[in-house]
Design a protein around this ligand. Structure first.
Ligand SMILES: Cc1cc2nc3c(=O)[nH]c(=O)nc-3n(C[C@H](O)[C@H](O)[C@H](O)COP(=O)(O)O)c2cc1C
Length: 369
């Protein structure tokens, strides 16, 4: 791979495999949760420079997601219709056990020439766990379980005769065959930003996904995360959520944001805010994903407005470079009118990002020569 390419920021998008789209608002959203729409969307994303797609796991209605396709099977079906895109399947410890997840993902890895990845999410929505008869450990305990889950996945994928006696999972001389195609193993992402989430990421995850945030806040978060990871001899990449509104003028982009918020589905946003608080959003130390979210932030349910990728292509490209300089490796994006806006992004924004990256690379090379 050329040096410039190795330095390139990566782009992912949220797969709308649940209904209701990415903003909890009555504004028109030209998107759809059907398989047919999602195939067109992923092919458009692949052609427009996106390298990853992220599916969501939801068992019951929440923030308006009335219908929810299951994430692993949906991811697999999406992979069948693309050639390069990697699809990240979301998995919740609790409903899934690590032995099943490891096997399911290894098989999909073979069926898709090594293009599956996994996002281990620890859960915020007690109601759905109650509804499906799963225990609901308290906030930090959920990460104890997730960490055992991730360690088990990685060991199963890379070693034979795996034995482990954990609090949540036990194994006795277990050997998975075939192992996944991807080496050293399938990439493991995680969602969650609380102290417990961060500490887990700094020990075991390959990627840390966090909610949208300002550059200043992200700098603090990433420095904390990477300092911890370095102490553990671990390397971690960072993906940040952003709801992107790119328009020819800044006024147009801001007007769209205003309209999304003005037309917010107030009751659903409030119910979502309540569920995240009950799920321990703020967690004890107050650093969790929604710890500081206002009503407006919650209209995009992963704080995607805060990242401020809202404006003209030039403004957005420059802000994306600031995020890169803050230590971000991947932008996880959402759009209002998904297919048409991914096309606009690929045509108008991404080329500017790539130009700025090359310019920056040349400045760095000149300085170090
Ligand atoms: C990018 C991203 C994707 C997520 N996807 C899901 C999901 O599909 N299903 C789910 O239940 N939770 C999902 N979560 C929520 C996390 O699992 C976690 O419960 C939440 O971020 C709160 O964590 P915290 O309090 O530790 O910060 C996601 C979080 C992030 C940042």
């Amino acid at each position: 791979m050329k040096d410039d390419q190795a330095q390139q920021l990566k782009f992912a998008y949220w797969v709308p495999n649940v209904s209701g789209s990415l903003v909890v608002s009555k504004i028109e959203q030209r998107t759809d949760w059907s398989y047919e729409y999602n195939v067109r969307l992923e092919q458009t994303a692949e052609q427009n420079g996106f390298e990853y797609a992220l599916t969501q796991i939801r068992f019951t209605i929440g923030y308006g997601a009335e219908n929810q396709h299951e994430s692993v099977s949906f991811s697999h079906a999406l992979l069948a219709k693309t050639e390069k895109l990697k699809v990240i399947a979301a998995i919740l410890p609790g409903p899934w056990k690590p032995a099943l997840a490891a096997k399911q993902l290894a098989t999909i890895d073979h069926l898709t020439q090594g293009r599956i990845a996994v996002n281990i999410v620890s859960g915020w929505f007690r109601g759905e766990f109650d509804a499906i008869g799963e225990i609901w450990p308290e906030h930090d305990e959920r990460y104890v379980r997730s960490e055992e889950f991730i360690r088990a996945l990685k060991e199963i994928w890379t070693t034979d005769q795996y034995s482990f006696k954990g609090k949540y999972y036990q194994f006795e001389n277990y050997t998975l065959k075939p192992k996944p195609l991807q080496q050293p193993h399938i990439e493991v992402f995680q969602g969650g930003s609380s102290r417990a989430a961060r500490d887990m990421a700094a020990r075991v995850s390959d990627w840390y996904f966090t909610n949208g945030n300002s550059v200043n806040e992200l700098v603090k978060q990433i420095s904390d995360l990477r300092t911890k990871a370095a102490l553990n001899g671990h390397q971690i990449k960072v993906g940040v959520n952003a709801f992107i509104i790119a328009r020819d003028t800044e006024e147009e982009a801001q007007a769209v944001l205003q309209e999304i918020i003005e037309q917010a589905d107030i009751q659903t946003v409030q119910a979502f805010g309540k569920a995240t608080r009950e799920g321990g959003a703020a967690s004890r130390e107050g650093e969790g994903n929604w710890a500081k979210s206002t009503f407006e932030d919650l209209v995009q349910y992963n704080d995607g407005f805060k990242t401020n990728l809202i404006g003209t292509p030039q403004q957005i490209a420059e802000r994306i470079i600031e995020l890169k300089n803050a230590g971000v490796d991947l932008i996880l994006s959402g759009f209002l009118h998904f297919i048409e806006e991914i096309e606009y992004f690929g045509e108008k924004v991404l080329p500017l990002v790539r130009e700025l990256e090359v310019e920056q690379q040349h400045v760095v090379s000149a300085k170090s020569a």
